[in-house]
Design a protein around this ligand. Structure first.
Ligand SMILES: [Ca+2]
Length: 397
């Protein structure tokens, strides 16, 4: 309604001068007649607007009144609508552009974030890769594979004239009169060098609960915790015209050190279950291999493991008022030259704590690496780590 009245008002303003002219031309028309004409004009304009909305602007044929005015009004109306429409389009376009820009900005930020993450990951991977490379290089740098010899003493003797300082590390041993060659760790800077390491361990770092076959062939990692293997040790010790010294180095939990040395050592063959044969003892740790009493003596004892029982407890022993059928089982399924168990077991594993039991060992009961002749105030030291190594003795010694 408001729109109609506004249109009528505008029409009146525009039409009155024209109506006056027409009225003057007609001569006898009254003001009432003029009102009727205006009303007619309004109706015609409304009809025209409706029609033009339906069929377009080609409505000149229905103009019974001044068509140029009607057309002008319609044009202005159209222009106004077009202007509004254009404004709306512009506003819409602007808001759409802004929305797209916002979305793109957000995606760019996400891409930037992911790129940063990826760069960080790549850097970390490169660092790790370098670390691995470095540790490999370090490992292989102590592995001059070209250096062969019958054992570490032989390798040392052959290198000493050509290498100013022979590094400790992994070498290839090829014992005399054998077809086999294998890697060994040689200590070249300990007490004159030339030591073949046959056992090295730190309590709790590696599981020594192994069956017979593992103790025969060896296990572990040569630069770290390992047991070289009874068959390899036998091959090295069994070479003709050689004598070997056995050296056992002990470190306690209090960082105290002690050693036990045997000036002659050899092993029986596999048919003798690699029985241990020891020469004269020297050292600061006591001769735990022989112990204090004959029944504890492990010298000449065959090797036992959890699945091969040569421990001298047949069918059982009584140790500290406890009945023991298997020393290996008692010592947490480790392998050793047990004789009614005895005072030494350098392969003892965590878990012995409960198994040792009995009286008389109160302070030593949590010791897993055993060398019970190394004592302080009558109580065995708690041993943290141990190394067993062998070296040639000069034959004319
Ligand atoms: Ca037994």
């Amino acid at each position: 309604m408001d729109l109609q009245w506004t249109a009528a008002f505008l029409l009146q303003l525009l039409y009155l001068p024209y109506a006056a002219t027409v009225s003057a031309g007609a001569g006898n028309r009254t003001s009432d007649q003029s009102d009727v004409v205006i009303e007619d004009l309004l109706e015609t304009a409304a009809a025209l607007r409706t029609k033009s909305a339906v069929v377009g602007v080609k409505g000149q044929d229905v103009c019974s009144i001044p068509c140029d005015i009607t057309a002008k009004l319609l044009r202005e109306d159209k222009h106004s609508l077009c202007g509004q429409f254009q404004q709306s389009l512009l506003a819409y376009s602007r808001s759409t552009r802004k929305m797209i820009r916002d979305v793109m900005d957000e995606q760019q930020r996400a891409i930037d974030f992911l790129t940063t993450q990826m760069t960080e990951l790549i850097t970390k991977m490169q660092t790790l890769s370098l670390e691995v490379q470095r540790s490999n290089t370090e490992m292989y740098s102590v592995k001059p594979v070209q250096s062969h010899g019958r054992d570490c003493s032989d390798i040392k003797d052959s290198l000493v004239s050509v290498v100013p300082k022979i590094p400790s590390g992994i070498y290839i041993a090829h014992p005399e009169n054998t077809d086999s060659s294998f890697e060994v760790f040689c200590e070249m800077d300990y007490m004159g060098g030339g030591w073949t390491v046959i056992q090295r361990r730190t309590e709790g770092l590696m599981d020594f609960k192994r069956p017979w076959a593992d103790y025969v062939s060896g296990f572990g990692h040569l630069p770290g915790q390992h047991w070289l293997g009874l068959s390899k040790v036998h091959q090295i010790l069994n070479q003709k015209e050689t004598r070997f010294q056995l050296h056992i180095a002990l470190v306690s939990h209090d960082d105290e050190t002690a050693y036990a040395s045997y000036d002659d050592v050899h092993l029986g063959d596999d048919a003798q279950f690699y029985s241990l044969h020891l020469g004269r003892y020297a050292g600061s740790a006591g001769d735990a291999f022989r112990g204090y009493e004959q029944e504890q003596n492990q010298d000449t004892a065959p090797f036992s493991a959890t699945d091969v029982d040569n421990d001298g407890c047949v069918p059982f022993c009584t140790i500290h008022n406890r009945t023991v059928e298997s020393c290996s089982a008692r010592h947490n399924h480790t392998g050793w030259w047990f004789n009614q168990c005895g005072l030494a077991n350098l392969n003892g594993s965590p878990g012995d704590r409960g198994a040792r039991g009995g009286g008389g060992h109160a302070a030593g009961d949590d010791t897993h690496i055993l060398w019970d002749t190394w004592t302080q105030n009558g109580v065995p030291h708690r041993i943290r780590s141990v190394t067993m190594k062998i070296r040639r003795l000069t034959t004319n010694n």
